[in-house]
Design a protein around this ligand. Structure first.
Ligand code: LHQ
Length: 258
């Protein structure tokens, strides 16, 4: 099985599972990931997703053995499989936490950057490896990088294809946090459980607002915030949040979603 899916109370853990190839991506794996995300979203008891890799790497990007001698159509077809996965992560109505346990290269780096939170082990690194093999960053790399770290750093990562250590990635704002290797999974599970206990519908609306802000002017974004706030205000979690505030207790969000 190219991925493993484990159900925990309130969330699911998806593990890329081709450790002998540093979890390099295949079409089969992308399809399995799509199905796992759909399954998580369809399960009303699932309120967050944790994505990680088996073995010493997170994901080495496209399985290069599968593209030797590939035609232009075959390359294009591959991206027709990967692009929906990136979009799905961005629009999934659940928080997605990525625990980068080792190297994240090529499409593997950009798969991580598509998630809502990236935690990486100190020993992990991020490599926009594409230029090493005469390709350009795909799977959203040219969209994520300049937005997360600015034009100069984006250009250097994409054109030099050097490995960026996790701690520098965190300092630059490419990822949320770099943590000691032996704390990675505990911290990632802790963060995922915390988000799984959050106001799930509101968190999905936060994702949407932030995503749409990339293409909006301020006035359009203000309109969008009004519309999404109206939706959030109608959720039982908003009522619970207000009650909890007035009663001076922590909220117990049910996470109900449409
Ligand atoms: C691998 C891979 C791999 C197969 C390690 N494939 N076996 C592009 C084209 C078209 C459409 C679709 O999308 C894309 C997007 C892309 O992602 S293109 C970029 C693809 N990725 C890369 O170019 C990275 C290739 N890998 C590496 O540069 C290194 O393996 C890194 C820097 C990730 C890790 O280096 P090391 O820690 O030294 O590990 P290693 O190189 O020894 O790898 C361990 C094994 O995994 C090894 O196999 P072996 O049988 O010798 O133990 C590698 O051959 C295999 N492996 N990446 N992408």
């Amino acid at each position: 099985m190219t991925i493993l899916v484990e159900t925990r109370p309130g969330y699911r853990v998806i593990t890329l599972n081709r450790p002998e190839r540093l979890n390099a991506l295949t079409v089969e794996m992308a399809e399995a990931l799509m199905a796992a995300l759909a399954g998580a979203e369809a399960d009303k008891t699932c309120r967050a997703v944790l994505l990680t890799g088996a073995g010493r790497g997170f994901c080495a990007g496209q399985d290069l053995t599968a593209i030797v001698g590939a035609s232009a159509d075959e390359i294009s077809d591959l991206l027709d499989h990967y692009n929906p996965l990136i979009s799905r992560l961005r629009t999934l109505k659940l928080p997605v936490i990525c625990a980068v346990n080792g190297v994240a290269a090529g499409a593997g780096a950009n798969l991580a950057l598509a998630c809502d939170f990236v935690l990486a082990a100190h020993s992990a690194s991020f490599v926009q490896a594409f230029a090493r093999i005469g390709l350009i960053p795909d799977c959203g790399g040219t969209w994520f990088l300049p937005r997360l770290i600015g034009a100069a750093r984006a250009r250097a990562l994409a054109m030099l294809a050097d490995a960026l250590p996790a701690e520098t990635a965190a300092q630059w704002g490419l990822i949320w946090q770099a943590v000691p290797d032996d704390r990675l999974m505990d911290d990632a599970h802790g963060l995922t459980a915390r988000l799984a206990g959050g106001p799930t519908s509101a968190l999905a609306l936060v994702k949407r607002a932030l995503e749409e802000s990339a293409g909006n002017g301020l006035d359009s974004q203000l309109d969008l915030e009004r519309d999404l706030q109206t939706e959030a205000a109608a959720t039982p979690d908003h009522a619970e949040g207000l009650r909890a505030f007035l009663e001076k207790r922590p909220p117990a969000f049910g996470g109900g979603r449409s």
